[in-house]
Ligand binder design. Structure first.
Ligand code: PNS
Length: 162
């Protein structure tokens, strides 16, 4: 019997932040493997292409064989079936995240009763961090290198100011 505990951490990762990395590391305290699954959503405008987002995540975890990096399109529950992993990890930063995350978790479970969602709480220093705010700050000429990996900091500067 295979007792390996696996989880999927889905998201847009546009781009990955230190908040995501904090959740992934916390996930590895509970699970043997965490698959970071990047959503391909042609309907949603992203700053970084799917390839760029995957590349940044790959580079962040190049030396960790317990972290897999993948992409998916369509329904998360279908991707979970395909991977034969039915545990989802999501981060809860604040109460404001709760409503949408709760809805998503219940809806995913409504579609497939096998699906369980585990919410992890990030370090308080990332509790106000989001990819959306990071992009806004860099777009307007600011930078917050302590909130994103070094290579993401550089890629954001290149994207907006080269
Ligand atoms: O990083 P994000 O943007 O908060 O991640 C949201 C994500 C990708 C987890 C969510 O939008 C998702 O699972 N999308 C896939 C489509 C889907 O399954 N939609 C129904 C959700 S109940």
């Amino acid at each position: 019997m295979n007792n390996t505990r696996n989880a999927v951490y889905p998201g847009s990762y546009d781009p990955i932040t230190n908040g995501h990395i904090d959740i992934i590391k916390r996930g590895l305290r509970i699970f043997d493997n965490v698959t970071v699954a990047v959503l391909t959503n042609p309907a949603k405008q992203s700053l970084f292409t799917l390839e760029e987002r995957l590349d940044m995540i790959h580079k962040c975890f190049a030396d960790n064989p317990r972290i897999q990096v993948d992409s998916f399109k369509g329904l998360l529950v279908d991707y979970l079936d395909k991977k034969k992993i039915h545990t989802v990890v999501r981060g809860l930063r604040a109460i404001s995240d709760f409503e949408v995350e709760f809805q998503m978790a219940l809806m995913n479970r409504r579609i497939n009763r096998e699906v369980e969602t585990i919410f992890l709480v990030p370090s308080v220093c990332y509790s106000f961090l989001s990819s959306r705010l990071v992009k806004e700050i860099y777009r307007l000429g600011g930078s917050i290198p302590q909130m994103v990996p070094e290579l993401v900091d550089q890629r954001l500067k290149d994207k907006y100011h080269k």
